[in-house]
Write a protein that binds this ligand. Structure first.
Ligand SMILES: [Zn+2]
Length: 1153
């Protein structure tokens, strides 16, 4: 207590305190969250009179606001408890002012986006950091005006007309060369240069392959039956699997599953059928259906309701749930409630012949001819196999109406496609952590047998919907968070207090630790601390601790971070209008930098650099009348020619910055420089941050392969002939290790790199992206950028990227209870050891997938625990720890594992695992391994959990019945099986994107959402029901929308009514629809409004602004659209869903036989 009494103005917490006000929730990171309630902690203890009074916080501070009092005292901490966050902290010094005191803690849910205040500004950092500045190496820019910057081999440059405000720029054009000349001899400025080597429009050979994310197929790229067969994974290697004894009953009639075994599992609920039309008597409450025989989509997904036993689930069971894969499709499909959306007839002509479903998986001609089962069907009815749409709809209707309460261990959350509210009662929200299974095998033998990967997908700074409570910020004063003495786990709801509350036993390592005196509290008769509900760290799954100085680099509190905007001003960038666009946008965007909830203005400082093959730094110090430019042309040993004035407060330097942003496009308007450097740009940004002793983010806007003579210079090594060879992996690997080393340096200094690419040809994303990837940054790519068509997308991405919640200098560690441990990590980060995930920047979209392995036996009683701790610096420079805890069940029966799996999360893990695999293995090997693993997962289920039945039946676990269809989507994705239109850069780009995706993003990326717009109810807010991704579901008379998180397609059938076309496109006929539209015209009619509101809604849901593409049926562009109809056979050789399911079945049978 004494500690707190010293450090806080109020009484110590831990007891009811009159006037206590903590736990206030301001807006989140400066992002506008309209409707965010300014929550009081009253919810914890129920209404308490004192809680409503606005007094200075004591103890618990608003999650994102500075405490008005109390905080700075921790500067004086003597760290007697010597917290050691996660092993060693990195050494580089970070000094600077202590966190600036803010004004009184105000309810501030709506401060975001308001104009910056003009009151006190905090701009003292530069001065204090100035001593660290590299010795001046440049000359005075203007005698007597600037603080003598200059120059190794640098020179002041002037481009084009002298802007009045850039005074007396010298006209030394050193370093300006054209084309690919590497010599530095400057051609005379302004003379008649030949056409730039890479100037647009590009017509070189590369441009034929370089393209947007996807380019239209050309006629010569049409379907090629042979390539289909070639590309399919054919021969499967023998499976090094456990021996599986089949339990099938030889006499079993195909399609029939007997009653459940005594374990209560299996698809046994279904009465015998023979694969023929099922009797419509299936509507009673189904017995516990753990297993789902492949069949007509059932109306519910009982196994997703995990807590109550499945028998508690009732409801119509409309779909005849049992059918053998080999049984002939039912001749008719009786009407089934809740299943209308898949009724083929609703969307088009009755399905006729299906060329794509012609039989077994290509390359498996012997399928079905094995002894035992009857011959395979010629066709399998797609309606009889598990439907993603049905599963999603069922989960929505079963689980979308009630809050998901996290108090129950091992409770499987609703699907990511279901809207639901989370109530934190001791476990982290699924928005922060999702697991492949919520019931994990007790032994490693079981885990190996099942082959189900044990993984958690963690999004530490996930954005929450306004209705949910942000993690509370807990301040334990100068003593810092309470931790286990041995494993250093943080205090959490699972710690066990003993000996009257004087000690606690660690839930992770069992070590007993003394409770620090100031933290002592009595226990009630149940052994629970009486302040249980007063303390987030005792009662909640997620919360934050204010970190003490001991958690800071060099034992100094960090300075607020900085953003540096680094703009390519080479010919391509200028000519396309990009430079002008960026400068215009920045003028307003700088007012929306992230800020802590209560702050009137952002603490983030900004700086500006432009570059082509030399770098131009700008002094935008507030005292200057005009910005000053300093050029560094010796890019071999990058340094920063100025410190004071490079990083400034936006408000202080508003006029100078505006002037600079006005001048940059003019200065370079006539540039002929086509070459760029890249690594020196990152180095410059890194050096600037180092000199300012702060973390930060570089926003680099870059257009071309950096071929200019400089460190990190690249060559064009694109070679699509390597696809499908053993050397294909080199296309994904960086061409030099230079960037890996640079990335390491960046991470060590908290320099995160966000990269906006605007290529007109190959620019080697695999190499340029290395630093971005390893620093936790984001990559955006806009091929053939044209302002008219791409500006909205780019600007929306930029705005979101600049404004979003982000932490710096982040280190994450995942602790686990005895028996399992984190063994592998996937995502955008750097690791210098085997446990700590380091991210120079960690934003609200970044996701890390963590795999666990057994190192001991687990117990069903104690379950398994995860604790994810992320130490980071907030956007105002506050050092914090965000803690997420999750408890899982453990099982000795495999059936329990399969009953509590989450296929969407499993796919997230498998995709990331495979996408990493392509770096080191041939793509075919990676695909085969995926198929093999999934076959083993399903075979293990079949053998151990499903009721005995004919081997001719494919029986899938209820929770994994979509595994085959989703896995097929991963296998067919551009990284693993590219079509001819997909460029090397596209593949590298997508590979990196997917690696940081959360579960919702991978879900829609691999299985896009397809909505019949013409079925939308214009009077309601709801979306039209999605349909399956197959061409046969499309009707010529309808308009559809397909989205996958990167693109939105609007597909228009040739027979769409004229009125609809008029309403949506404002033209009178199909032929007049302008397919070059990138947004729909704003028309005042209900249909147009509805469709545009749907598109807006989808855009809001995604972390990137999706490109809108209009596709007219039978138009050339339709081939591009069909690429995303993932249930169909793909042009690149990907199997149809039906064929792949047959193939999986064969694999499983091989494993079982
Ligand atoms: Zn411990």
């Amino acid at each position: 207590m004494s500690v707190n009494q010293q450090t806080h103005t109020g009484p110590p917490y831990g007891q009811p305190q009159p006037g206590y006000q903590g736990y206030q929730q301001p807006a989140y990171g400066g992002q506008p969250l309209p409707g965010v309630p300014q929550l009081q902690y009253g919810a914890y203890n129920g209404p308490m009179p004192g809680y409503q009074q606005p007094v200075p916080p004591q103890g618990y501070f608003p999650s994102l606001g500075f405490p008005s009092k109390g905080c700075p005292v921790s500067l004086n901490s003597d760290n007697s408890l010597a917290p050691n966050f996660i092993g060693s902290l990195r050494t580089p010094a970070t000094s600077g002012a202590p966190p600036p005191p803010s004004g009184p803690t105000l309810p501030s849910g709506h401060l975001a986006y308001s104009q910056l205040g003009h009151g006190d500004v905090q701009n003292g950092i530069a001065a204090s950091a100035a001593s660290a500045q590299r010795p001046p190496a440049s000359q005075p820019f203007l005698p007597g005006l600037a603080p003598t910057p200059v120059i190794q081999t640098s020179a002041f440059q002037q481009y084009g007309p002298t802007p009045a405000s850039v005074q007396q720029l010298s006209n030394d054009m050193t370093g300006m060369t054209i084309g690919r000349t590497t010599a530095s001899a400057p051609p005379p400025a302004g003379l008649g240069y030949g056409p730039p080597t890479s100037g647009p429009p590009v017509s070189g050979s590369l441009s034929a392959t370089g393209s947007g994310l996807y380019t239209p197929y050309t006629a010569s790229q049409g379907p090629s039956p042979t390539s289909v067969t070639q590309s399919l994974p054919l021969a499967q290697p023998p499976f090094p699997v456990q021996t599986i004894t089949t339990q099938r009953l030889p006499t079993q009639v195909p399609g029939f599953a007997p009653p459940p075994p005594s374990t209560g599992i299996g698809p046994s609920s279904y009465p015998p059928t023979t694969g023929a039309p099922r009797p419509p008597t299936m509507s009673g409450p189904p017995p516990p259906p753990l297993g789902q025989t492949v069949a007509g989509p059932p109306a519910s997904q009982p196994n997703h309701i995990s807590s109550p036993p499945p028998s508690a689930v009732s409801g119509p069971h409309p779909g005849p749930p049992v059918t053998g894969l080999h049984g002939p499709p039912p001749p008719t499909h009786p009407p089934q409630p809740g299943y209308q959306m898949q009724q083929n007839g609703s969307f088009g002509p009755v399905r006729g012949s299906q060329p794509n479903y012609g039989g077994a998986y290509p390359g498996t001609p012997n399928y079905g001819s094995q002894p035992g089962p009857p011959p395979p069907p010629k066709r399998l009815d797609p309606d009889s196999i598990p439907s993603p749409i049905q599963v999603i709809e069922d989960d929505r209707s079963n689980r979308g109406s009630e809050p998901f309460v996290t108090g129950v261990r091992g409770h499987v959350p609703p699907l990511v496609t279901t809207n639901f509210i989370v109530k934190d009662e001791g476990n982290a929200s699924p928005r922060y952590i999702r697991c492949t299974s919520y019931n994990i095998p007790c032994t490693s033998d079981m885990a190996k047998q099942s082959q189900v990967p044990l993984a958690a997908v963690i999004k530490p700074l996930a954005t929450l919907p306004p209705e949910e409570t942000l993690p509370y910020l807990v301040d334990h004063g100068e003593s810092g968070p309470v931790r286990c003495n041995r494993c250093k786990a943080y205090m959490c709801p699972f710690m066990q207090f003993i000996e009257g509350g004087r000690r606690f036993q660690c839930c992770f390592c069992s070590c007993v630790t003394e409770v620090p005196p100031h933290y002592f509290q009595h226990l009630d008769h149940t052994g629970k601390r009486v302040d249980f509900y007063d303390r987030p760290e005792l009662s909640l799954g997620s919360y934050e601790f204010l970190a003490t100085v001991d958690y800071c680099k060099n034992n100094k509190f960090p300075s607020p971070p900085a953003f540096i905007f680094m703009i390519d001003v080479s010919y391509n960038a200028v000519k396309s209008g990009l430079v002008r666009l960026i400068c215009e946008e920045l003028k307003s965007l700088l007012d929306y930098l992230p800020r802590e909830g209560n702050m009137e203005e952002s603490a983030i400082r900004v700086g500006f650099v432009t570059y082509n093959k030399v770098l131009h730094f700008y002094n935008v110090k507030s005292s200057l009348a005009q910005p000053q430019m300093m050029v560094v042309s010796d890019v071999a040993d990058m340094f920063v020619p100025l410190l004071d004035g490079l990083l400034v407060n936006v408000n202080d330097s508003r006029t100078v910055i505006a002037s600079l942003l006005d001048q940059i496009p003019e200065m370079f308007a006539d540039t002929r420089e086509t070459e760029t450097v890249f690594a020196p740009v990152i180095q410059a940004g890194l050096e600037a941050l180092k000199a300012a002793e702060c973390a930060g983010k570089l926003f680099i806007f870059h257009t071309s392969l950096p071929i200019a003579e400089a460190p990190g210079k690249l060559k064009n090594r694109d070679d699509k002939k390597l696809v499908n060879t053993d050397k294909e992996k080199t296309l994904f690997q960086p061409q030099t290790s230079f960037y890996n080393n640079l990335a390491k340096d960046c991470v060590a200094h908290g320099c995160c790199v966000d990269l906006f690419l605007f290529p007109n040809q190959y620019l080697d994303v695999a190499t340029l992206g290395v630093v971005t990837y390893q620093t936790g940054g984001s990559i955006y790519k806009y091929a053939y950028f044209q302002p008219e068509t791409d500006q909205d997308r780019f600007l929306n991405d930029l705005r979101r990227d600049v404004q979003k919640e982000v932490g710096f200098d982040a280190v994450m560690r995942v602790r686990t209870s005895t028996g399992i441990r984190a063994t592998d990590f996937f995502g955008a980060f750097y690791m210098s050891n085997t446990t700590d995930v380091e991210m120079a920047g960690l934003d609200c979209d970044k996701t890390i997938t963590v795999e666990f392995k057994h190192d001991d036996k687990l117990s069903e009683d104690s379950g398994a625990l995860l604790q994810c701790a992320v130490l980071y610096t907030s956007c105002a420079g506050q050092r914090r720890l965000r803690i997420h805890n999750l408890s899982l069940n453990c099982c000795t029966q495999l059936a329990d594992l399969y009953r509590n799996c989450e296929t969407d999360t499993l796919i997230n893990y498998l995709a990331k695992y495979a996408y990493r695999g392509v770096l080191s293995s041939p793509v075919k090997t990676v695909r085969d391994a995926l198929i093999n693993q999934c076959a083993q997962i399903l075979a293990c289920y079949r053998k151990n959990c499903a009721s005995p039945s004919s081997a001719g039946q494919l029986i899938l676990p209820e929770c994994m019945k979509l595994l085959p269809v989703y896995l097929n989507c991963v296998l067919k994705s551009d990284v693993l099986q590219p079509g001819p239109e997909v460029t090397t850069d596209d593949r590298a780009y997508i590979r990196q994107l997917v690696t940081s995706m959360d579960v919702a993003e991978t879900n829609v990326f691999f299985y896009p959402r397809l909505l019949p717009l013409t079925k939308a109810d214009v009077d309601s807010d709801s979306l039209p029901g999605a349909i399956r991704n197959s061409e046969e579901r499309l009707s010529k008379g309808d308009i559809y929308l397909l989205e996958n998180g990167l693109n939105i397609f609007v597909w228009v059938g040739v027979n769409v009514q004229q009125g609809l076309i008029q309403n949506l496109f404002g033209v009178s006929s199909f032929s007049q629809i302008n397919k070059a539209l990138t947004m729909l015209p704003v028309l005042e009619n209900p249909f147009s409004k509805k469709v545009r509101s749907i598109i807006n809604m989808l855009q809001m849901q995604r972390s990137r602004y999706m490109k809108l593409i209009i596709v007219k049926q039978e138009d050339k562009l339709e081939m591009l659209f069909k690429h995303f109809l993932v249930e169909d056979k793909s042009l690149s050789g990907g199997a149809s869903y039906v064929d792949f399911l047959c193939h999986m079945h064969k694999e499983i049978r091989q494993l079982l036989s």
